[in-house]
Design a protein around this ligand. Structure first.
Ligand code: FPP
Length: 253
């Protein structure tokens, strides 16, 4: 098997062929954990860790794009994160605005498309507006899809999907016997994307924390002690190389 080595400048040119040849995951999902501890270790307020974490998003997005990954789903804010102190929540809510102000031109140059999953209706108005603008501006880009999970929770997503299906059954669009796993998948926020091939969590925590529970049924899992702000392109590359050596059987032999 070919294992790629950074940098991957040429990879996108023959994307389909190369992806198949070297087994680059199509969809990578990351739980970006450890910003608070990163800051505390340096005697800084937790928000300094979130700020550094935001800068790292740009580095990892660029690396993913150059590797030929198609979708990168990043867990930026869960439906449970509202329980944090108001000042921290307010700071995190401003990060997408800052991020897009600083990095959108560069991401557009990189042909990146911005998408989101989660209930963005509940976000502060200016955060939502910045996100919607970025989605609009990048809608025709054909490079990496940067899919930001914000105000996202997997159980809530499944519940939402079930309610939609129930409604459609009530409307007579199909009967209960027609409901399959695919029906549920097609009602999730991720309906346009294939399931993640690889799911990474930083900071030493080994759990999924209500992230893509349905979609990760057959994802390869990769955990590292590294805190998110320190999880740079090099370690990301190692995770991808590790993925390339896994034997995926999807329940078969
Ligand atoms: C978890 O670390 C991190 C978060 C809840 C926020 C993540 C947000 C970013 C990395 C910025 C995202 C920005 C954009 C634009 C996508 P933690 O605070 O739980 O860390 P701890 O476990 O060390 O306390």
């Amino acid at each position: 098997m070919h294992l790629f080595k950074l940098p991957f400048k040429k990879i996108r040119e023959k994307e389909q062929l190369l992806s198949a040849e070297i087994n680059v995951p199509e969809h990578v999902a990351i739980i970006m954990d450890g910003n608070g501890r990163w800051a505390q270790k340096r005697g800084l307020p937790r928000i300094a860790g979130h700020r550094e974490g935001m800068d790292n998003v740009k580095r990892v997005v660029k690396a993913a794009n150059h590797m030929g990954i198609h979708i990168l789903t990043l867990y930026a804010f869960s439906t449970e994160n509202w329980k944090r102190p108001t000042s921290e929540v307010e700071y995190i809510m401003k990060l997408p605005i800052d991020f897009l102000q600083h990095y959108l031109p560069e991401l557009i140059e990189e042909n990146v498309r911005i998408e989101t999953i989660g209930e963005i209706e509940r976000l502060p108005k200016n955060t939502r507006a910045a996100i919607l603008r970025a989605k609009d501006q990048t809608a025709n880009n054909t490079g990496l899809i940067l899919n930001i999970a914000i105000n996202y929770g997997s159980r809530g997503e499944m519940l939402h999907s079930i309610k939609e299906i129930y409604q459609e059954v009530q409307e007579g669009k199909y009967s209960i016997n027609d409901i399959t796993e695919e029906t549920l998948s097609k009602h999730l926020y991720t309906k346009n994307y294939q399931d993640p091939d690889l799911l990474i969590r930083t900071s030493g925590e080994v759990r999924l924390s209500n992230f893509l529970l349905w979609q990760s049924a057959y994802s390869e899992l990769w955990f590292t002690e590294t805190l998110w702000p320190d999880f740079g392109p090099e370690e990301f590359g190692k995770a991808i190389q590790d993925f390339q050596q896994r034997k995926r059987r999807f329940g078969g032999i």
